[in-house]
Write a protein that binds this ligand. Structure first.
Ligand code: ADP
Length: 295
């Protein structure tokens, strides 16, 4: 089983011809609302691939919370641990897409900020039952720390995707990450090597204590490094329509294969295909493939 502990956000997207400066108003496209947030995305990706998946997250008792629940229901996620906090607002990501497809995003954490260490200990049974617990960085750090400590106590493997990247990660979190999953930006930031390449970043992160490291490289695929060696997995050429949530599709897919006992490099080969499939359709969760839809 896979347990994802993380964020759930309503993605509110508007396309604009030109982004507004301070004090300025511009008109944009119709608003598109879709289910997002790194935790909810990873859970949806894993569940759509057929893995038994649970999500521990917190939403508010508003329409956006309903949107998030509907997204998970459609994917087939176990919802028992999606907590609905009365009087709280569901997290939102206000996304402005410019003419070149470049995003500017403001996230309002809302209920995600209230996902507490106590919520994690209340779900102890789910942490113990899971083979893999997958975590990101859009919920309070102390909640991540509690989940990591509990997972280690229960012998549950930790997949840690420190995104959005903190300035640094403490040694205990690095030591628990098996693997640490980072994109290029996060790899540079957390390895302290602004220059260099994927193999160097992975080596530096392992030297800092990570048991294994996966660096995702967009259209160029990914690199996996563990005690078995370093393996570069080429990207799958596809026509990219929308890369929103590609990293989350990748990490959710990786978690399903690690939960099934696959070796890291094999799990990364599978995750690269899932990430590639996800960029061929619009949106985050709506773009996630079933096993029959993989390139
Ligand atoms: P993030 O979305 O976190 O920045 P990446 O951009 O590295 O992460 O993408 C994650 C994964 O999604 C990649 O490893 C790859 O499998 C897939 N992917 C992303 N962009 C493309 C693309 N243009 N073509 C094919 N696959 C892609």
């Amino acid at each position: 089983d896979v347990l994802v502990v993380g964020s759930a956000n309503a993605d509110l997207t508007v396309r604009v011809a030109r982004r507004p400066g301070a004090g300025e108003t511009v008109l944009g496209s119709d608003l598109v609302e879709s289910a997002g947030g790194k935790g909810a995305n990873q859970a949806a990706a894993a569940a759509r691939l057929g893995a038994r998946t649970a999500l521990l997250a917190k939403v508010g008792d508003d329409a956006f919370g309903e949107l998030l629940l509907a997204g998970q229901r459609a994917a087939g996620t176990e919802l028992r641990h999606v907590l609905v906090e009365r009087g709280a607002r569901t997290g939102t990501a206000m996304i402005v897409v410019g003419p070149d497809g470049d995003n500017s995003i403001v996230v309002s954490p809302g209920a995600n900020a209230r996902l507490s260490p106590a919520d994690v200990t209340d779900a102890r049974e789910a942490v113990a039952a899971a083979s893999v617990v997958s975590l990101q960085w859009e919920i309070p750090p102390e909640t991540v720390r509690t989940a990591v400590a509990l997972a280690r106590e229960c012998g549950t493997r930790v997949v840690l995707n420190p995104s959005p990247a903190p300035e640094r990660l403490e040694g205990e979190l690095l030591a628990a990450a098996d693997p640490l999953v980072v994109n290029e930006h996060e790899a540079r930031q957390l390895s302290g090597r602004a220059d260099g390449g994927p193999a160097e970043w992975a080596g530096a992160l392992r030297a800092l204590g990570a048991r294994s490291v996966v660096v995702t490289l967009g259209g160029d695929g990914a690199l996996a490094a563990d005690d078995g060696g370093t393996v570069a997995v080429a990207g799958v050429p596809v026509t990219a329509v929308d890369t929103t949530g590609a990293g989350d599709a990748f990490t959710g897919a990786l978690a399903t294969r690690l939960a099934a006992g696959e070796a890291l490099a094999d799990a990364v080969r599978f995750a690269v295909r899932v990430g590639a499939a996800s960029v061929t359709k619009a949106g985050a969760q709506p773009s996630y493939p079933t096993p029959g839809e993989l390139p």
